[in-house]
Design a protein around this ligand. Structure first.
Ligand code: ATP
Ligand code: LTN
Length: 333
């Protein structure tokens, strides 16, 4: 709790142009907590370097991700928005938590297994201990809730196990965080391979719709989306993954339920359906894109937000850090 409010915390890596998966599964849900929760939303640049980045691109995307946070409705006056590497407490805490995390636990992380396959030439120690840094992010702020997409559930469970272990040895150190995973939209699938998660680092541009894609590209990508050979618009993820994914996207952007959406397209063809999905997506994203461009043009403003966010975050992070140092037996001067 901070100022009598529970804490909401989440982060996004500036590792690529964000997709509608990042939007629907995570960012769109962040502002929901702005009033009743004390909110920290971080651009996790240190997580991004677990795979090779081009420095100039990482720097540019850090500004872009922050601008997108604001364009998606996060008011920097009501939320602490900041960049991970500006608050050194994160890596300091990560080291301490590393010593309370087991090799076996980290070996079971599916994201580690996936990314090691994808980047077989660079299976570095950071990629392996990545979930510990994520736990440090969350635990530093005594977080109550963590809005995330489905793929981060396992990492959050690990953070909870670390809390259990640490609190048993040193009682009342950390707050137990709860994941918040949206019922719908927490796992948006690739448009090309609808049994795989849509991922911002996918090399096939037709598989991903990006928040900043031009409207004609959005319409074209949905038009090409893989469906199936029958013509029924029905929600059945097992047998009709492509159509079900499009129904989920339609329902998330339109605010209608899946059942309402199914009824709306009853008897219609895939062509009309895909055009309607593209249209609701454009209707929601165009205002975000306009706001984004306006904000991104003002670099000085973004740097002010970063600075203020880092100061605020550091204040709370330092409190937890000094508590943990004391509990572990480090000399505090
Ligand atoms: P990368 O391809 O670089 O691994 P990513 O697209 O998985 O990136 P992250 O920065 O790891 O994106 O994720 C940011 C947030 O978006 C997380 O909360 C994550 O769970 C959520 N998210 C990512 N992809 C999807 C998706 N396809 N559907 C719903 N939520 C998603
Ligand atoms: N691991 C997450 C990003 C992330 C995060 C966090 C999410 C880093 N730190 C803390 C929630 C809370 C990812 O790759 N999506």
């Amino acid at each position: 709790m901070i100022d009598n409010r529970p804490v909401s915390y989440s982060g996004v890596q500036p590792s690529g142009n964000l997709t509608i998966g990042n939007y629907l599964g995570a960012i769109k849900n962040f502002p929901i907590y702005s009033e009743q929760y004390k909110c920290f939303y971080c651009v996790v640049d240190q997580h991004a370097i677990t795979v090779r980045q081009v420095p100039a691109e990482l720097r540019r995307r850090t500004y872009e991700t922050l601008a997108l946070y604001i364009a998606c409705g996060l008011d920097p006056e009501k939320n602490t928005l900041y960049v991970q590497s500006h608050v050194p407490a994160h890596t300091e805490m990560a080291w301490m938590l590393n010593c309370f995390t087991m090799f076996g636990e980290l070996s079971r992380m599916t994201q580690f297994k996936d990314k090691s396959q994808k980047h077989a030439d660079n299976i570095n120690a950071g990629l392996f201990t990545y979930p510990v840094l994520m736990a440090a992010d969350i635990l530093l702020y005594q977080t109550n809730v963590v809005p995330i997409g489905h793929d981060q559930k396992q990492h959050l469970e690990l953070a909870r196990d670390i809390v259990d272990r640490f609190n048993q040895l040193y009682p009342d150190t950390f707050t137990m965080p709860e994941p918040i995973i949206a019922k719908s939209g927490a796992k948006i699938m690739s448009l090309a391979e609808p049994t795989q998660k849509m991922s911002k680092s996918d090399e096939n541009e037709n598989a991903v719709v990006r928040i900043l894609d031009a409207p004609d590209a959005i319409m074209r990508k949905f038009k090409r989306a893989v469906t199936d050979s029958d013509s029924e618009i029905r929600f059945d993820p097992e047998n009709k993954p492509g159509v079900s994914n499009l129904l989920t996207i339609y329902s998330c952007f339109s605010g209608k339920t899946i059942e309402e959406s199914e009824r709306e397209f009853d008897g219609k063809g895939y062509g009309d359906f895909k055009a309607a999905v593209g249209q609701v997506c454009c209707d929601k994203l165009i205002p975000v894109q306009e706001e984004y461009r306006r904000i991104l043009a003002d670099k000085a403003y973004l740097e002010e937000v970063m600075k203020k966010g880092a100061d605020e975050a550091s204040y709370y992070a330092r409190k937890t850090l000094s508590k943990v140092r004391r509990k572990l037996g480090f000399v505090n001067l």
